[in-house]
Design a protein around this ligand. Sequence first.
Ligand SMILES: *Cc1c(COP(=O)(O)O)cnc(C)c1O
Length: 493
Amino acid sequence: MIFTETRGNDGTRDARVSFSAALLSPIASFGGIYSPETMPALGPEFLAKHLPSSYKELALALLQHLDIDIETQILQQALDLYDRFDDATDPVPLVRLDEKLFVSELYHGPTRAFKDMALQPFGLILSALAQQQDQHYLILTATSGDTGPAALETFRDRANIRVVCLYPDGGTSDVQRLQMVTEAASNIKVIGIRGNFDDAQSALKSLLSSKTFNQRLGTLNISLSAANSVNFGRIIFQMLYQFHCYLALVRQQAIELGEQVVLHIPSGNFGNALGAYYAHRLGLPIAKIVIASNANNVLTEWIHTGRYDLSNRELVTTTSPAMDILKSSNVERVLFDLFGAVRTQDLMRQLDDQGYYQLEPQEHEQIKDIFAADFCSDEEGKHYIQQAFAKGYLVDPHTATCFKTCQSAQYRDQVNILYSTAEWTKFASVMDNAINGSEPASDQQALESVAAAAGIKVPETIADLFEKPIAHPDVVEKQAIESEILKFLEPGN
Ligand SMILES: *Cc1c(COP(=O)(O)O)cnc(C)c1O
């Protein structure tokens, strides 16, 4: 598979690169990103052939079909990390809620959110490539909660990789913060910032353009890479479970092989939805990909009207913080795939310059052919959490947004798959409020109170977090970040 740049080539770098090159250095010309040049359709026999395959067998067959420049042995080691999920024989369980409604639970990895699905194998591959090239990489991340823990978990103690993770102090759940600050490994640095997520992100941006910082990285012989979903090394692992859960439906005899299904995806940066889009392009029978949003409903507007408009929007904080995003990076890859690099550059420039773009009617039709969308307020989300709980199912506030989209009458006759992106434990306070009407004083209290109401125990991995020693106590002002990081990077550290 060859990768090319979504906004065209500026003449300073290769216009066509391999998978490993796109993974190590994910930023392309004109601020674009790398995308597959073509999607090699799977033959119709592929699905039938893999009906009996395990998750790992299916994943390996798909990766081999995509023909990426990573040795099979490394791919196998990367996929073996799914053995660490709750059930090694079924890392992504499919739960039946009613005759036509299924939940694909993507959160059974070590940090209890779907970020593990891609970051676990990605971390191993990045480290393997870095070692082969005898190069050292620094991964800088700013997180509002789920990416940070999953990135630390995958890169912990990996050779040739160091990770710095910035989080807004007070801007994550207690569980998410503890997952980060208790992560003790010599190649990891976690820093709390006085400010919100935007402050953390802008601190990261100014660091990336800081002269002293880049000079120091140069003398230490460290390159920068990125672990967010602009990196195709993550997206590729989000194409695989789409096939797995489709085949699970066939095995459970909920559908016939070849029958189309409707996917409902709680979306933020559009990585999960992009994986579904590519799966569709490869030939998976998907009738619609329904994009669920919270009150930050820019994607709903885009899909309904063809207008992507940031010009009079402010980010609002919601009870589904991993979806509090206005500029969804991976939409760009859909534009590129459908309309090409010239048009994508034009649209992204309009978005940067005037804060919006409007698709042409025939372009908008192409988007609506495959995507549909709706959004769910916090109040509605709370209602869906209660409703699911009354039926004995615990659903986190992100996944709850999909309970709204799948209400729509137009999908009633089809089989619907709803993607569940987090375990309830990560957002215990919201859960406790919805289920018990409480205003819990802490996540720890909320975890106990929800577990009691559900008649279960707080999962051990989560309960243990409150007992672990804090490895990263630092909370600093924005101005102090650069020196903190440089201290961490000095030889001997
Ligand atoms: C990251 C995340 C999302 C959003 O996924 P995207 O791929 O960025 O659209 C949704 N829910 C949870 C819990 C997440 O952690």
